[in-house]
Design a protein around this ligand. Structure first.
Ligand code: UD1
Ligand code: CA
Length: 484
């Protein structure tokens, strides 16, 4: 293979998105449109990438630099057509000989292997240009491939085509492989005497034919992979196709997906064989799930790691780690910095943030755990609150190994509870508890008679109290257990 330069045209406006975000930066499957293109381009073996930016380049340029720092960026200040855009790339000094592949920045479904096949075909035949084409039922809007007796003779744009040419359903995907020397020479010969008054890159084909050089079209079986997203409806449609592709790939690699239609997996997610994904699950960003883990139904996991054999049900998690064999959910909220140890448990209606819960440790019910370390085998009772914030600063709570805490405890950070300690129900733990000690703080129950009648006079509460007191029964009109 000769040196491969890829030009990515990304200067266009994308007005139909009706967005403050440039079209190329809209995301599907966890990557921007141009991010998907750059990944396909890298897979195709590009030795050099030139991105042509224009509209909102203050946003597009840094985004491209972040994904592919080695990409050369060329600025097209006015969008005068695809040939003009390619000329800007060539004039940026970035293109010499070898093969030059022109692609667009908004085609997220494009596969690296398709680009590679196009380039291989182009180079094997030694042509001046090879067009990536395809047969479609609705060719409206696309450039049509013109074929004569000897093969491809040119491309005609929709607006310049005759009725007869418009009936052709072989279209130009827009992606064209060129011989670099031919491309540099032909660009200055392309004019803009056409319906759109634009410099059409597609005119290069007829010019090559006129020069007696070889051109052809490489027909892709499913050219829809070169489709761009022009509005939000197309963005969603391409997102769905891409998701189907990703989900299908994981199923082929041994992942059970009960309902592919409601399972959304980002491009950078990694799954091991024998993972099971139940309906309504979104796996976002750099999420990784190990063998035999079961995730779902109804989970959203972002940048989260789930260990071997773990079980995660109806959970929202971000930047969390769930250890092997651990249990999470239902209705759990794992915020960044949550680390749950092997065989540990985070149960129903529990929120955890920036906390490590040791191996076999359990926070089973209705609790908030913030900025805490909980040791191995410790059990945190229902309704426990880790009060980590004093209104100004956040502090840590450290709970040792095999601690038993009663229900409704509040740990006021910073505080340390030693290994094997116990805290009584409803305790307010403000001071350190030594290992093995029992800490109780809920005092004897005190009764202040008639408090509501004085302090809540005139309310329904006071009225109810008064009626019950007068009647001599503690609860009036109590509904019976049988509902009578
Ligand atoms: C182009 C092709 C057409 C093909 C279609 C496939 C030409 C003349 N026509 O038409 O044959 O069927 O794509 O989608 O090439 N761009 C720039 N700078 C410019 C003009 C365009 O960067 O000055 C970029 C756009 O951002 C876009 C791409 O090039 O990503 C295509 O441009 P667009 O104007 O959409 O071309 P089409 O009319 O769709
Ligand atoms: Ca287009």
């Amino acid at each position: 293979m000769s040196e491969l330069t890829v030009i990515v045209l990304a200067a266009g406006g994308g007005t139909r998105m009706k967005s403050k975000t440039p079209k190329m930066l809209h995301q599907i499957a966890g990557r921007s449109l141009v991010g998907h293109v750059l990944s396909a381009v890298s897979e195709a073996g590009a030795s050099r990438v030139v991105a042509v930016v224009g509209h909102q380049r203050e946003l597009v340029e840094p985004h491209i630099a972040e994904i592919l720092p080695e990409a050369v960026v060329a600025v097209q200040t006015e969008q005068l057509g695809t040939a003009h855009a390619v000329r800007v790339a060539v004039e940026a000094g970035a293109v010499s000989g070898g093969t030059v592949l022109v692609t667009y920045g908004d085609t997220p479904l494009l596969r690296g292997e398709s680009l590679r096949a196009l380039v291989a075909d182009h180079e094997a035949a030694g042509r001046a240009a090879t067009i990536l084409s395809g047969i479609v039922p609705e060719p409206f809007g696309y450039g049509r491939i013109l074929r004569g007796g000897a093969g491809v003779t040119g491309i005609v744009e929709e607006k310049d085509a005759t009725d007869e040419e418009r009936a052709i359903n072989e279209i130009n995907s827009g992606i064209i492989a060129f011989d670099g020397g031919f491309l540099a020479g032909v660009l200055p010969r392309i004019g803009n005497d056409n319906a759109k008054k634009e410099f059409y890159l597609t005119d290069a084909i007829a010019l090559a034919v006129a020069d007696g050089l070889g051109v052809d079209a490489f027909v892709l079986d499913d050219v829809s992979e070169a489709e761009g997203a022009n509005d939000r409806a197309q963005l969603a449609a391409l997102g769905k196709i891409l998701n189907d592709r990703i989900v299908t790939r994981w199923m082929k690699d041994g992942v059970t997906v009960m309902d592919p239609a409601t399972t959304w997996i980002d491009a950078d997610v990694e799954l091991a064989p024998d993972v099971t994904i139940l309906p309504g699950t979104q796996l976002i960003g750099a999420t990784r799930i190990d063998e035999d883990a079961v995730v779902g139904p109804d989970c959203t996991l972002k940048d989260t790691e789930v260990g071997h054999g773990a079980r995660v049900v109806r959970t929202q998690a971000e930047l969390a780690v769930v250890g092997p064999g651990a249990n999470v959910g239902p209705f759990s909220y794992l915020r960044p910095g949550t680390v749950l140890g092997e065989e540990g448990k985070i149960g129903g209606f529990v929120e955890v943030k920036n906390s490590t819960i040791g191996p076999g440790a359990k926070v089973p019910h209705l609790s908030y755990v913030g900025d805490a370390t909980i040791g191995e085998g410790t059990n945190i009772g229902a309704g426990t609150i880790f009060a980590n914030y004093d209104g100004v600063n956040k502090h840590r709570t450290r709970i040792g190994r095999h601690v038993k805490s009663g229900s409704g405890v509040t740990f006021v950070a910073p505080v340390v509870v030693g290994d094997g300690a116990t805290t009584g129900g409803e305790a307010l733990i403000r001071e350190d508890v030594p290992p093995g000690a029992l800490a109780v703080s809920a005092g004897q129950q005190r009764i202040i008679e008639g408090w509501a009648l004085v302090k809540r006079a005139g309310t329904a509460q006071a009225a109810a109290a008064e009626e019950a007191l007068e009647s001599g029964v503690p609860i009036l009109g109590e509904p019976s257990a049988t509902g009578e």
